[in-house]
Design a protein around this ligand. Structure first.
Ligand SMILES: [Zn+2]
Length: 441
């Protein structure tokens, strides 16, 4: 009889130990789109940045993958995979239909195209759900998509009509806090669209960045940290702040268009099925039998233009980009400060861009972490964004899906208690106890 009582006691303990609070804290992943690695150093006196720096971990920089576009970079942070492996090789869904005609979507439309995101990769919010936790995606790129029919527990999709003012940002934070406390979520990925929008419009060196946008980001961080305290989450919530990429000034001199590369000066649309120019990156699929001719004309133009032209198979190994069916036969990458366009026509031009080679220093992004598991006032060297996913899995006690990152890179940013967190749920531990109880009766 005693062993039955003992068994119930053990099962009760296991239930407690195997719950969300089994030694693991909740996790919030926050992205400020386009927060360049050195933006914070332009205004270090702002309270939000000071609180992160003094009370948490800061990386010298976060190196994004190639291409340094919003969706590919966010999905690399979420999955630990390079774009050729997670399949989100571009901000915009594009495809060739059965009749051979190509189509493409814009950034916002693509956020809702499930097939663009569901390629077998497992973002952290899906890893969490698959292993019994509850997760949420609040506008974070890719988090509204379902993977093999599985989605985050709570999903909010960003659209072109999503409110973007500061009040809307506060509501996003309030909603996220309610998800943690009222909906018992364990992990949430939260997204803010600045400083990207303003950096495109005015360029990264504009006073608007330091006088308007960065104070907004700082106030938002303060609001968020205060809400964490107000909702009683201070001791149970780790927060990782990231950005997806940096920013490069273009068309810095008002009224000039010299930084514009007009690809149709070299290649006629008569010879290509698909030409998709998107700031520095151009994807080109020549018509059947015309690959060599189109490639030669573009390659010859390298002497006149600030760009590099690649056949797909010759794309740089370090970009981890070419091994994916979605990448076209020819890829053009403009040098930093230049952009590609189909033709030289008067258009509205941005003064800041990203999408360049990820070795360009201006493409570097930001990383901070704060919470009960992290060291305080600690600086870590720059690292690739593939390493965030294994850290998030470790913090949540999840078995990571296959990924390109390594926990070793960021394990030193954790305090001693966090280092001792069990890598997985305590089920096997409890099973071992039960076996022991049976054997001893
Ligand atoms: Zn972005």
């Amino acid at each position: 009889m005693e062993w039955i009582v003992l068994l119930f006691v053990v099962l009760f303990l296991c239930e407690s130990y195997g719950s969300v609070n089994d030694g693991h804290h909740k996790l919030l992943l926050v992205s400020f789109d386009g927060l360049r690695w050195d933006y914070v150093d332009k205004v270090p006196e702002l309270e939000g940045f000071k609180r992160l720096t003094n009370n948490g971990v800061r990386a010298k920089y976060l190196k994004p993958p190639f291409p340094t576009q919003t969706s590919p970079c966010h999905f690399t942070i979420a999955t630990g995979l390079y774009p050729e492996s997670h399949g989100v090789v571009h901000n915009c869904n594009y495809d060739k239909n059965q009749t051979g005609l190509w189509s493409r979507s814009n950034f916002y439309s693509t956020l809702a195209v499930n097939e663009w995101w569901d390629n077998g990769a497992e973002p952290i919010w899906i890893t969490a759900v698959n292993q019994g936790l509850r997760s949420g995606g609040n506008l974070f790129p890719g988090s509204a998509a379902n993977m093999s029919g599985v989605g985050a527990t709570k999903q909010v999709l960003e659209t072109a009509r999503t409110p973007t003012d500061e009040d809307a940002w506060h509501e996003r934070i309030d909603e996220t806090m309610r998800w943690f406390t009222e909906e018992s979520l364990d992990m949430v990925a939260l997204y803010f669209e600045e400083p990207d929008v303003t950096s495109h419009n005015v360029g990264p060196d504009s006073p608007d960045i330091t006088e308007v946008v960065l104070p907004l980001v700082s106030r938002t961080i303060v609001y968020l940290l205060d809400k964490v305290e107000e909702f009683g989450l201070t001791d149970d919530l780790n927060i990782i702040f990231v950005s997806d990429h940096g920013f490069q000034p273009v068309f810095a001199e008002e009224g000039t268009t010299n930084e514009q590369i007009a690809l149709l000066d070299y290649v006629s649309m008569m010879n290509v099925d698909f030409m998709f120019t998107y700031a520095p990156l151009a994807l080109i699929e020549p018509k059947k039998g015309r690959l060599e001719m189109v490639y030669k004309r573009l390659k010859d133009a390298e002497v006149n233009e600030s760009m590099r032209v690649f056949k797909k198979e010759d794309l740089l190994e370090r970009w981890h980009y070419k091994n994916n069916d979605r990448v076209t036969s020819i890829v053009v990458v403009a040098d930093a400060g230049y952009v590609t366009y189909p033709q030289d026509i008067p258009i509205t031009i941005n003064h800041g861009e990203h999408g360049y080679d990820n070795d360009v220093v201006n493409m570097r992004a930001s990383y901070f972490s704060i919470g009960p598991s992290f060291k305080k006032n600690y600086i870590v060297d720059g690292f690739e964004s593939i390493h965030v996913y294994p850290l998030m899995c470790h913090l949540l006690g999840l078995q990571p899906a296959p990924n390109n990152g390594s926990l070793d890179v960021l394990i030193g940013t954790l305090d001693n208690v966090a280092l001792r967190i069990l890598p997985h749920k305590a089920l096997s531990f409890c099973t071992a106890i039960i076996v022991f109880v049976f054997n001893s009766t």
